[in-house]
Design a protein around this ligand. Structure first.
Ligand SMILES: [Zn+2]
Ligand SMILES: [Zn+2]
Length: 386
């Protein structure tokens, strides 16, 4: 096996970086699988690419000159990821996209399918769509987190054909239009020479396979709408309007394609006593005028249980009591927000005769002038309009 990178690139050992680059470019155009259907050419293409990747980097080239292809292993060279043995192992399409980006300034002359790392592979069914669902939570479930059962209706892999789309007993055949690659290529001339552009094959929808006899249960889709139930772990501290993303829980792809994601939109029911502002909880505490004036210990049911809130004699409306750490847990990070209690002093409105007399006595003792007692008639009229 010709492991000599210089021989592969048809340059001598003293070749300059520029000579190596030009040699690779010439060979790559000749051997790339998109322009050369010969499988041996593809093998050679992978090898010259690895050779080029190694020799264009001065440090890697120095190591290669000293130790040979062994130097590539475990030295951070991505081409060596294939494990021991063959230095070419595992060096398939991954990584070539970067290389072409560096080489040709962003666009691969071999078309979008030429091993672009993150994008879809050359053949294979497209992924499923993302799903969306609404999940109602009680206030405390959002605050403390909860395991909620979720039932969704999503496309799931057809159990009759196991996602192949073919009638049981039959198998899909290689697509005749794209020869199983899932893409149709068009060749055109450009300043770089032959350019190949590609797009998904319309005959097979990019799957690379044709189905002569479709599965009767999914009509060849390889998936069917199905009701699924599973438990969602809602993290503590989520708020109304937040969305959880469940990776791989969306619709199954057609003909065995990978599933999409499921987006769970959260709707939180309001609480009668508490409102949320981020991680803080707010509560309005109403007390009677006499309680505020004389002081009182008020029992309050917080989200953590019973709590006694002490109001000192002379507490005013607007007085704020902050209970640290009794709010909502931070979704990301540690700790909890606060529970903020704002006091509202209620002035009594419907006084009976005894109460009014007592208040008037108090006003007199305190030397506080007040409006004179209303005549019986006026207060009767006022009462009629209430
Ligand atoms: Zn089926
Ligand atoms: Zn096709």
């Amino acid at each position: 096996m010709d492991d000599d990178f210089y021989a592969l690139l048809e340059v001598n050992r003293n070749a300059t970086e520029d000579e190596i680059k030009r040699a690779y470019r010439r060979l790559a155009r000749e051997l790339h699988p998109d322009t050369n259907p010969d499988p041996q050419a593809e093998e050679r293409f992978k090898k010259i690419t690895l050779a080029y990747e190694t020799l264009r980097d001065p440090e890697r080239r120095r190591r290669y000159d000293m130790f040979g292809p062994e130097a590539l292993r475990g030295a951070g060279a991505r081409a060596g990821a294939g494990g021991p043995g063959d230095p070419f192992a595992g060096f398939a399409t991954g990584g070539l996209g970067d290389l072409f980006d560096a080489f040709f300034g962003g666009s691969s002359p071999f078309g979008a399918g030429a091993g672009a790392g993150g994008r879809r592979g050359r053949a294979g069914p497209p992924p499923g769509e993302d799903g969306e669902v609404l999940l109602d939570l009680e206030f405390t479930e959002a605050v403390f987190g909860a395991d909620k059962e979720l039932t969704v209706r999503l496309a799931a892999t057809c159990s009759t054909c196991n996602g192949s789309g073919a009638r049981p007993g039959t198998t899909p055949t290689t697509c005749s239009a794209c020869a199983g690659t899932g893409e149709i290529r068009r060749v055109r001339q450009s300043i770089l020479g032959q350019m190949v552009t590609s797009g998904p094959c319309s005959r097979c929808g990019g799957t690379g396979e044709e189905i002569a006899s479709p599965c009767p249960d999914c009509r060849g889709e390889g998936r069917r709408l199905d009701e699924r139930s599973f438990v969602v772990e809602v993290p503590a501290g989520v708020d109304d309007g937040a969305t959880l993303r469940l990776t791989g829980r969306g619709h199954s792809g057609p003909r065995g394609g990978p599933p999409g994601d499921l987006y769970v939109h959260l709707r939180v029911r309001p609480h009668p006593e508490f409102t949320r502002a981020g991680a803080d909880l707010h509560h309005e505490m109403h007390v009677a005028m006499t309680q505020a004036a004389l002081g009182i210990a008020v029992p309050l049911t917080t989200l953590d249980g019973e709590e006694e809130i002490t109001l000192h004699a002379g507490t005013q409306t607007g007085h704020v009591i902050r209970l640290r750490g009794r709010g909502v847990p931070h979704v990301q990070g540690r700790g909890r927000g606060d529970l903020i209690i704002a006091v509202v002093v209620d002035v009594p409105t419907e006084l009976n005769k005894t109460q009014e007399d007592l208040l008037r006595q108090l006003a007199t003792v305190r030397g506080e002038p007040v409006a004179p007692e209303e005549s019986g008639l006026i207060s009767k009229i006022r009462g009629a309009f209430k």
